[in-house]
Structures are given as C-alpha cells and as structure tokens.
Design a binder for this molecule. Structure first.
Ligand SMILES: NC(=O)c1ccc[n+]([C@@H]2O[C@H](COP(=O)([O-])OP(=O)(O)OC[C@H]3O[C@@H](n4cnc5c(N)ncnc54)[C@H](OP(=O)(O)O)[C@@H]3O)[C@@H](O)[C@H]2O)c1
Length: 246
C-alpha cells in the first residue's frame, strides 16, 4: 500500500507520513526542496519506515506532471502542502491580524495558486493512478469568518479546495465508485505556518504529534467518508460548508 503526502518534509505533513508509515504504508514524501525532502526520508527511514522522495512543487505544474508519471499506483493521496496568506513582519507565519481590506490581488493569487490550483492539478493528474478504493484527503480549515479568524486569501483558497472536495465526491458517488475524497480540519496545530506553541490558548493548540495521530486515524477509518469535512475531534462538520452543500 502506497501513500503520497505533499509537504511531507515538515509540520503536519511529516507527522501524517510518519504515522501512515508506522501503519504499514510505503510513503512518498512530496516536497519542493531537493534537500529538505530527502532529509525527511532519512528521518522516516531511521524509524524503519519505507519512504522515498518525490519532487512536488505546487507552483511548478511541470513538476506535478512529472511526479504523476513516476507513480504507477496510489492508495492514499494527502494534499497537505499549503501556505499562509500573509506573513507576520519578520516571521514566516500566518498574520491573522491583517485587515481584510489590506489584501491585494497578488496575495490572493499567490495563495490560490499554491493551496488550490497546484493541489487541483496534482490531484487531477493522479486520478488514473488511484486504486479502486483509494482515498484523497485534503487538509483544510473552516472558511466562515469569525472575530479571530478571517484571513481572506487563506480561507478563500481553502474554500476552493473544499468545493473541489465536494465536487469530486459527487462524481465518485454518481459513478458508483468506492474511491473517497474528504477534508480534514485539524484545528490549531503548533507549526511554522502559524508560529504557535503547543498548549497555547488554554491548551487549544495541539502538538504536531497529536495532530499527526489524529489525522491518520481519520484517514484510515473504515467508514465511508466521501464528501465529508471532518474536524479534529472526529466530528463531521455540517455548518461551515452548509451554503456550499445547498
Ligand atoms: N497549523 C495549523 O494550525 C493548521 C490548521 C489547519 C490546517 N492546516 C493546514 O495543514 C497543512 C500543513 O500546514 P502546517 O501547519 O504543517 O505548515 P508548515 O509546517 O508550514 O508546512 C507546510 C508544508 O507545505 C509545503 N509547501 C508550501 N508551499 C509549497 C509548494 N509551493 N509546493 C510544495 N510544498 C509546499 C512546505 O514546504 P517547505 O518546507 O519547502 O516550505 C511544508 O512542507 C496546510 O495545508 C495548512 O493549511 C494547518
């Protein structure tokens, strides 16, 4: 059994790769950097996990086409790689204080290209490699604005990803396919993306290890999760996407 995890060189992607590897999957470590990707493979191999590097740069469509051609069969695709939309001054972490009206078209374009367009291109090119019971997993976020959570470009790109999840799921169901596509919303996890510390905000922020285990349990569930958005506590989200679901 084989799983490709994008952005698997660090963060949530690395932990999902690690947990899937421990549970018997051969791991393709999708990463854009030709040093960071193989370094992650070495770390996994040191834990006895079967892993190989595959170059996946969501901003380079040619790399996605090449990657798809190198894969003959795939049981699980985890679309994890992603970027925040705007960075805190001096730090490569999401700035959720940026005002909605300060977003530029360039902010939207960059975030959309990585989080949605590149992910869509990869997924579409891998469809023919996905086994009959294969799973596509999109790592995503809630898209409804709240007082503390409304980073315009980031949630716009994830909204597009969520629509892709629902639309592909609809097609799988219509075809009578046993393939599944679903979203996982891991909640707040301490990573470079947000610069948060595990346990911060009254313990609300999860550690990477906890997030990796939680995502992997959801991915490997025996339940049919096609078209679902599943949050960190395992519950299926029915309110965030209600308008999209009609
Ligand atoms: N952290 C959270 O609280 C949280 C919550 C909900 C959802 N998520 C989602 O979880 C996913 C992983 O985020 P994270 O928190 O683990 O962030 P992270 O530690 O910053 O990891 C992001 C990963 O994506 C890769 N990446 C970025 N741009 C890429 C591109 N153009 N092509 C290929 N790979 C690219 C990064 O590679 P480099 O090392 O080369 O930059 C890195 O491996 C994201 O989709 C994020 O939206 C995170």
């Amino acid at each position: 059994m084989k799983a490709l995890v994008t952005g698997a060189n660090k963060g949530i992607g690395f932990e999902i790769a690690r947990n899937l590897g421990k549970r018997g999957y051969d791991i393709l470590v999708g990463a854009r950097d030709e040093a960071r990707g193989p370094a992650a493979v070495e770390k996994l191999a040191a834990e006895g996990i079967s892993a190989a590097f595959i170059k996946i740069d969501l901003n380079d469509l040619a790399s996605l086409h090449t990657a798809a051609k190198m894969i003959d069969s795939l049981d699980i695709l985890v679309n994890n790689a992603g970027i925040p939309d705007s960075l805190k001054p001096g730090r490569a972490a999401l700035d959720i204080t940026k005002h909605t009206f300060d977003y530029t078209t360039e902010d939207l374009r960059t975030t959309m290209e990585t989080n949605f367009l590149g992910t869509h291109e990869l997924t579409k090119n891998l469809l023919s490699r996905l086994t009959d019971t294969g799973k596509i997993v999109n790592i995503t976020v809630p898209i409804s604005p709240t007082e503390f959570w409304h980073p315009l470009a980031y949630i716009t790109s994830k909204a597009a990803l969520n629509v892709m999840t629902l639309t592909y799921a609809y097609e799988f169901e219509k075809m009578g396919s046993h393939r599944q596509i679903f979203g996982i919303m891991p909640g707040a996890v301490a990573t470079d993306l947000n610069g948060m510390e595990a346990g911060a905000h009254s313990g609300f922020v999860k550690s990477l290890e906890a997030a990796g285990r939680m995502c992997t349990d959801i991915i490997l569930s025996d339940k049919n999760q096609n078209g679902q958005m599943i949050q960190y506590d395992g519950k299926t989200v029915t309110d965030y996407e209600i308008q999209l679901r009609g």
